[in-house]
Write a protein that binds this ligand. Structure first.
Ligand SMILES: Nc1ncnc2c1ncn2[C@@H]1O[C@H](COP(=O)(O)OP(=O)(O)OP(=O)(O)O)[C@@H](O)[C@H]1O
Length: 512
């Protein structure tokens, strides 16, 4: 009994949807159709606008192995001819002329019969499927009629397959990027931490203790002391090392975007949320999140962060699902959070959560023994980055001069200084004479012990006095026993004066 159009449509549709691999789906359709119509090969071609070519993405022929993708270059006229196709059409090599003849030659039609079915999605031609039977005049109007319903399932299968390929392509790109970035991170993390056995020995001892555990770590230290370096050392020494290490600079995200940055959002959660987005917490799944500059987090965001840390789950903005949180939190601050708590600028309950295992990273001026090794390290590293084949030598006496400087910007300042020195370097050993700031040129005051005893300069005297009183008050400014009370001035006025004179805040700062 001859097959009915409806049944053919149903069976072809079932096979078209049976696999996301278009070659597999086409092969199944081919085997089915062969039982009902003359058929020796099928090929599925798409128009590749970028290549101006036909891209053969599936080809099945009886008794032949499935071939890999082919590219068939097209002229503009053939292209236009293809675009105009609206319904299945028998292409006869002998009768064809113009573009039809060109394409018949291109697809080696001579001696065979082709029935071409245009595939359209929303009226846009996305490709063609060609059925081929060996021998001439194998197809007639009855085949055109029978097959006129199968364009839709073929188009559906093709559209799905193309979307799926696109997804796979992006996935491969992302995996590749990910591998690259992880390699970058690993190579950075693999760098020895300079001073790990000297000035940072205690810090590294604590890193070794805490790394294998899962608890929250709070890194406290002036800006540029290497808190991020220590955070990544903890991550890469932990069992989470193969999962992401995600950094968030809490001070750099505008307040209105903090929630969506940290926790992500669903599509349409707010104006401008055109697509769903994973937040940093979600990206860090299984790994470590490094919350840098935690003291800069606005109070509202502190409340939400606390809730997340307590419940160990997050919810995207505008979402209803909660996602469990399996990440380690490392926070860092260059501020004295305790005095911020006293001033109601940081939540005490959040501080308790974060301050489980505090590690103080000392400022460079308290580990001057590390300056020579750090300098040599940066000379080698920056030379490489700047394309200087042979790193210059360091002049005698230069390391001593560097060690005597008080480094208010810590390791980062040394790193930048070495870079500047290399850029300005005109040959010979590096002297660091022009690049190293002279005391009189520096904006901030040197530490109190370096201020000339008996100075008559009023600001210097006031500076020393405030620092001394801060020591007595253990860094506390406000409240009973605070520096404000001891000095008999309003704490806010004292703060203003400290800012003006460059006195650093608080107990932790004082210890640097
Ligand atoms: N012990 C070290 N060995 C090698 N490089 C270091 C070391 N400490 C810091 N650095 C380098 O100094 C620079 C500043 O370090 P890092 O960013 O870790 O400081 P930070 O304390 O996190 O600063 P901030 O508080 O401003 O975020 C980085 O380029 C880092 O690679």
């Amino acid at each position: 009994m001859a097959i009915q159009r409806d049944e053919l449509f149903r069976e072809v549709t079932l096979r078209a949807c049976s696999s996301l691999d278009i070659a597999v789906a086409v092969k199944r359709i081919f085997e089915y159709l062969r039982e009902h119509i003359p058929l020796d090969a099928i090929h599925l071609d798409i128009f590749d606008t970028q290549l101006s070519a036909l891209r053969r993405i599936a080809y099945v022929a009886h008794g032949e192995d499935t071939t890999t993708e082919q590219i068939i270059p097209l002229t503009e006229t053939v292209w236009e001819w293809g675009r105009a196709l609206t319904k299945p059409m028998i292409v006869d090599a002998r009768k064809a002329s113009g573009p039809g003849k060109t394409i018949a030659d291109l697809v080696k039609l001579a001696g065979n019969s082709d029935l071409v079915i245009p595939l359209r999605v929303e009226n846009e031609l996305i490709g063609v499927v060609a059925l081929r039977a060996y021998g001439e005049e194998k197809y007639g109007p009855e085949h055109v009629e029978l097959l006129s319903g199968v364009a839709d399932p073929f188009a559906l299968a093709l559209a799905n397959a193309l979307s799926y390929r696109e997804v796979l392509r992006y996935r491969d790109i992302l995996l590749d990027d990910n591998r690259f970035l992880n390699r970058e991170l690993l190579s950075r993390a693999g760098d020895d931490i300079i001073g790990g056995n000297t000035g940072l020995r205690n810090v590294m001892e604590m890193v070794r203790q805490v790394a294998p555990l899962n608890n929250t770590v709070l890194l406290i230290g002036e800006t540029g002391t290497g808190k991020e370096v220590i955070a990544s050392a903890i991550h890469f020494a932990s069992h989470r090392k193969d999962a992401p290490f995600i950094k968030v600079n809490c001070g750099a995200i505008p307040e209105s975007l903090i929630d969506s940055e940290l926790f992500g959002h669903e599509k349409g959660a707010f104006t401008g949320a055109l697509t769903a987005k994973r937040g940093r917490f979600e990206r860090a799944a299984g790994g470590t999140i490094f919350l840098d500059e935690i003291g800069e987090l606005p109070l509202q965001a502190q409340v939400r962060l606390l809730r997340v840390l307590q419940n160990r789950e997050i919810e995207r903005v505008g979402g209803e699902r909660t996602l469990p949180l399996d990440i380690r939190v490392i926070a860092a601050t260059h501020r004295n959070l305790e005095s911020m708590i006293a001033e109601n600028r940081f939540r005490e309950d959040l501080w308790f959560r974060l301050n489980v295992f505090p590690i103080v990273v000392p400022p460079l001026r308290q580990r001057k023994e590390d300056v020579p090794a750090l300098t040599r390290h940066f000379v080698a590293q920056k030379s490489l980055e700047l394309g200087i084949a042979t790193p210059p030598a360091i002049a005698p006496g230069a390391l001593e001069r560097l060690s005597n400087y008080h480094w208010p910007g810590n390791v980062r300042e040394l790193e930048n200084l070495v870079e500047r020195e290399l850029i300005r370097h005109g040959g010979g050993p590096l002297k660091f004479e022009a690049t190293l700031p002279h005391k009189e040129n520096t904006q901030s005051f040197p530490p109190v012990e370096e201020v000339r005893a008996g100075s008559l300069n009023l600001d210097e005297v006031v500076y020393r006095h405030i620092v001394r009183v801060l020591k007595i008050a253990k860094g506390k400014i406000h409240g009973p026993g605070g520096a404000g009370e001891l000095l008999g001035v309003n704490p806010n006025t004292l703060r203003g004066r400290m800012d003006k004179l460059g006195v650093k805040y608080g107990r932790v700062k004082r210890e640097f």
